[in-house]
Design a protein around this ligand. Sequence first.
Ligand code: PMP
Length: 418
Amino acid sequence: MTGSPAPDLRPPVSPAPPGWDPYLDRYAVRAAGLTSSEIRSLFTVVSRPEVVSLAGGLPDLTGLPLDALAAEAARLIAQDGLSALQYTSAHGLPKLRGQICDVMKLEGITAHPDDVVVSVGSQMGLDLITRLFCDPGDVVVAEGPSYVGALGCFAAYQAQVAHVAMDEHGLVPESLRTTLRRVQAAGRRVKFLYTIPNFHNPSGVTLAVERRAEIVEICRAYGVLVVEDNPYGMLGFDGQTYPALRSLDQDNVVYLGSFSKTFAPGLRVGWVLSPAAIREKLTLAMESAILCPPTLNQLIVSRYLSSHDWQGQIDVFRENYRRRRDAMLAALEEYLPPGCTWTVPDGGFFVWVTVPEGVDTKALLPRALDAQVAYASGSGFFTDGSGARQMRLSFCYPTPERIHEGVRRVAAVLRSAL
Ligand code: PMP
């Protein structure tokens, strides 16, 4: 062998002109629903250290006991590697499914482990539920605003979204009734209500406990399934949890849960608690999509739940997020120009800001990026063109000092637009 490296004979890759796609006439029709969200497009810009990003929703993991977790993962492979690295059932590991039932008890849910299907994050649970229920043109009813990742999922299955109004107490039952009536009167089929009752993404609002039974009853009366998405429910700043919609109706509510915000999103372990009648189809859908959820990651979560003080760890997360929420609210109070209003979340990651008439948060975003700050403009959280005067500010990831500076920059940009 000589020391000189072999020449690289691969043809040079020339960048495709923007917007040009040689596969355009070969995609399935539903591929048209796959479009990039603004937040994803911002990802490269907001990764620059000089930019304060109030746009993303990454959990802050700095409090995790990394050494103990590393030792646990090593032990799992050393002691049980042959099963930890093997395929397992599409349904998920039985022990973990039992532990998930114990977690859900904290929100008043009594469930049988057989009705839990482990998923790759709750996002996958939502994808499979949409796959099972939505044909192109079917309608999903969701709060306006709603979670971008859910809107993307519905678009991918060519389902249409009808938004329901929210106020400071969450989804408005009367608006739900009116929307269901209107859509059904137009001869369209509503397949489910998708709702985030606790510490809503993006609004930060929590559904009033008095409204919960009414919402469940309305959906039942209209023959509409409820899909309850609850990744933030354990992150109430005063430690309070709220009764899940699922605890009020076992037969008509699908509950989506996740360890992404209470433990670690990179493990991609979430779950679906389905009505018993759906479980079989859901498990088959899981099998057809991925054969089984990752065995090692399920074991890591299971060991974490059985041998760590996971609730104590959630207290640490909660306290961290509470300090950041306080920093954001104080900065909004100090800097935002008159005419701006915002929600005051009791938990979770987000504040929802409404700016004065005449300001368009999407049009203003390039100026914000020039000023080294990013937010998520409101229109991305609606499918009907609303949200021009709104923005989501996340307090989950930056330090309180960076949050303070970020809000100061947002306020300066807003003032320049008034
Ligand atoms: N639902 C909501 C409301 C979310 O905010 C998120 C994550 N940002 C998800 C679901 C997806 O979470 P997971 O990591 O469990 O897939």
